[in-house]
Design a protein around this ligand. Structure first.
Ligand code: TXA
Ligand code: MG
Length: 341
């Protein structure tokens, strides 16, 4: 672990251009003064992050947002409704934020985190905080200070202790565009919550060119053991799942070593028990997707050390299940398709 900082100490080291690990309600962040291009450059360097991948700017709320961004009416309504909270909004900025933050110029993503220490820190700083998740590029996001320190203490002046993250998945990233409200990343704020508040989202159609949220391109969140993802599972009916499961078992029969079956919710069907010798890790014994989301990244940590192979069972494709499945899919080092042979 590195040095634990008070809010005032963290504000002071950030003002000097150093980095600090900070809690948010989603995941821990690796923070720098967003107005200091050199400090932001050291985030990219510490994480080994590709320079085209932009970083989210954290602000204390709507007032601070107006200082740095041109805020359209739809984005203002979203921030008003969901901030502080797990929602990032991509907006035109007013010019104070150096281009390195947005991966070379262009719009900047902003959010106000719903965490008392993070908000106290943002109020103690007279600048916004650029903060990606506090992991090495491609690795799992940390949901405790210890997980963040284990990956990045070499790069920071210290950390702010904020306890385990309540949400456990990164923020939802939205951009208000002429085509509608684009969902750039599934995250802690669900489509259903947006809809219930009267906001319809459209998902990005990417026929050619780079996605607008470049981080979505990357293999990410990798646990220490290989992770097998069952592609298309959520679209199958019960009979097709059973067939797919038989195929999976047949394949796993040849896999040496210890298998851990990682299941967001308690597996519904009896036939799931018919595996080769394995351990079953259920993220949310209560059956609640919130609990599964909060447990996901620490489960990677916990179970990867016990397993030679992790097999992920998808969550239902609704609510937080979509973001959980997005993270599992991108953490996977191998995929199995229902029609593989
Ligand atoms: O919950 C979160 O969002 C956490 C905490 C620390 O706030 N942060 C986080 O940052 O997850 P990071 O860098 O790990 O992921 C940011 C995602 C990436 O997929 C990136 O491509 C996208 O947001 N993003 C950031 N700025 C963007 C921009 N200007 N335009 C489009 N996408 C952007
Ligand atoms: Mg990240």
């Amino acid at each position: 672990m590195s040095l634990e900082l008070s809010v005032a100490e963290a504000a002071a080291v950030l003002r000097r251009g150093q980095l600090a690990l900070i809690p948010t309600e989603t995941v821990y962040g690796l923070a720098a003064n967003a107005l200091d291009a050199q400090a932001v450059a050291s985030i990219f360097e510490a994480k080994g992050r590709p320079h085209f991948n932009p970083i989210i700017c954290h602000v204390s709320g709507l007032d601070a947002l107006h200082r740095y961004a041109r805020v359209d009416a739809l984005s203002a309504a979203l921030a008003d409704q969901f901030w502080p909270g797990p929602l990032s909004l991509v907006l035109e900025q007013r010019g104070a934020i150096p281009p390195i933050v947005s991966g070379g110029g262009g719009p900047v993503a902003f959010r106000a985190p719903d965490h008392p220490q993070a908000l106290a820190l943002l109020h103690a700083c007279d600048f916004p905080l650029a903060a990606p998740s506090a992991n090495l590029s491609g690795r799992r996001s940390p949901t405790t200070a210890a997980m963040a320190c284990a990956q990045l203490s070499f790069a920071v002046a210290g950390f702010l202790e904020g306890g385990p993250c309540r949400v456990g998945l990164e923020s939802t990233v939205l951009q208000s565009t002429p085509e509608g409200l684009l969902l750039l990343r599934e995250g802690g704020l669900t489509r259903e919550e947006l809809q219930a508040a009267g906001f319809e989202v459209v998902t990005e159609v990417r026929e050619s060119g780079a996605p607008r949220s470049p981080g979505q391109l990357l293999q990410h969140y990798a646990p220490d053991a290989p992770l097998l993802w069952l592609e298309g599972w959520t679209k199958l009916n019960a009979k097709q799942r059973e067939d797919f499961w038989r195929l999976t078992i047949a394949k796993l029969g040849h896999a040496p070593g210890r298998i851990v079956l990682l299941s967001p919710l308690p597996p519904e069907a009896q036939w799931l028990q018919s595996m080769p010798p394995h351990r079953l890790a259920v993220l949310a014994p209560s059956g609640n997707l919130r609990e599964a989301a909060a447990a996901l990244f620490s489960a990677f940590e916990e179970w990867a050390s016990e397993a030679d192979l992790l097999v992920a069972l998808p969550a239902p494709e609704a609510g937080l299940g979509r973001a959980i499945n997005d993270r599992l899919r991108r953490a996977a080092s191998a995929r199995l398709h229902p029609d593989s042979n």
